[in-house]
Design a protein around this ligand. Structure first.
Ligand code: HEC
Length: 342
């Protein structure tokens, strides 16, 4: 467009532009106009560097990077000291991170482990701990078949009633019954455990800092108290338990439980060895499942949702471009007056 204008008009335009800039620029002293070229070259160069986007980006990157590096090294943010209501020893030894089979975003529980873990719970933990929120029917399709779960339920007698005579009666368990508790009430539980209450294990994995890692470490972490640490009569030393002294004794030992897997397997497979660590791992997986029975379904639905919504997003982006293409590809031409009228 400009090239069509006569030279005179161009120069006129140039002069007008210069005048406009000059009048817009704030004059420092009356009458004097500052030009970039009249400034000290170094200072303006420095100013430009300070104001450049690259400087801003690299400074941000540097600070974020150093904070991340510090946090990675020391495990806490710089300049913000950790606040402890108690000493770190009182909070318990931090458990190691173990590679649980359900740790990843797309990973499910190890169901053979849940089945073995149930056996450990039933044979060992159920003597002191209840599991209120799990019914026999919850095991169906997870670790046991319906018939197996029914058989397990029928081993337990439940009080039901009243019957026609108004009396309570005993009957074998059904799939809809919840797992039996070892003690009728809290007082009985405390009386049998030296005053300490064995907590219900249904949600214990979620209720403890460190989750599965903590439960596993606690069960396998019983050691002799170190020199200088006194443990009261009836208490046991466990560095993972806050305070170090726990009422629960060590309960898992090699070969304590007889696992039922491996027996019907091929003659080459020896089955799962019932070592202390294996028992602890299996019961922890079982308790992790008990705390979150919807876990596998949740992750499966998550994958479905991601696939579905990303497909829908892709389709809507495509449709949007398709619909807008007519408008986006439109060119607007301006035909200036030819000048004949002037
Ligand atoms: C002899 C009874 C007994 C048996 C058997 C037993 N516990 Fe305990 N458990 C206790 C008592 C008592 C406590 C409370 C400890 C305390 O508060 O000092 C406890 C506490 C716990 C805690 C909570 C620790 C915390 O951080 O508060 C967990 C988890 C636990 N037991 C898991 C198990 C598991 C898993 C088993 C089976 C392998 C098991 N227990 C077997 C008596 C028992």
């Amino acid at each position: 467009m400009l090239s069509r204008l006569p030279a005179a008009a161009l120069s006129k335009q140039g002069a007008f532009a210069a005048a406009r800039t000059a009048s817009l620029r704030p004059a420092t002293r009356s009458g004097s106009v500052r030009f970039a070229s009249s400034d000290a070259a170094s200072s303006s160069g420095f100013q430009a560097l300070l104001n450049s986007r690259a400087t801003l980006a690299s400074a941000t990157l540097l600070s974020v990077g150093s904070i991340a590096w510090y946090t990675h090294l020391y495990g806490s943010l710089p300049f913000i000291s950790e606040v402890h209501a108690s000493s770190p020893a009182e909070a318990g030894l931090h458990p190691a991170a173990y590679p649980w089979s359900n740790k990843g975003w797309f990973d499910s529980f190890d169901h053979a482990s849940i089945r073995r873990g149930y056996l450990v719970y039933k044979d060992v933990c159920a003597a002191c701990h209840s599991l209120d929120r799990i019914a026999w029917r919850n095991l169906v399709g997870v670790s046991h078949s319906a018939d197996e779960a029914k058989a397990l339920a029928e081993e337990v007698e439940y009080t039901d009633g009243p019957n026609d005579q108004g009396e309570m009666f005993q009957r074998p368990g059904k799939l809809s019954d919840y797992m039996p508790a070892p003690y009728p009430n809290e007082e009985a539980a405390r009386a049998s455990n030296g005053g300490a209450l064995p907590p219900d294990l249904s949600l214990i994995v979620k209720a403890r800092h460190g989750a599965s890692d903590y439960i596993f470490s606690l069960l396998t972490g019983y050691v002799d108290p170190p020199a200088g640490v006194e443990i009261r009569e009836g208490m046991n030393y466990n560095p993972y338990f806050p305070g170090g002294a726990i009422s629960m004794p060590r309960v898992l030992f090699d070969g304590l439980v007889e696992y039922d897997d491996g027996l019907e397997r091929s003659p080459w497979a020896l089955g799962t060895p019932a070592t202390t660590a294996q028992l602890a791992k299996d019961v922890t997986v079982f308790l992790a499942w008990a705390a979150e029975p919807e876990h596998d379904e949740r992750k499966k639905s998550g994958i479905k949702a991601v696939i579905l919504f990303s497909a829908l997003t892709a389709i809507s982006l495509y449709v949007k471009r398709f619909k807008w293409t007519v408008i986006k590809n439109r060119k607007i031409f301006y035909s200036p007056p030819t000048g004949k009228g002037h």
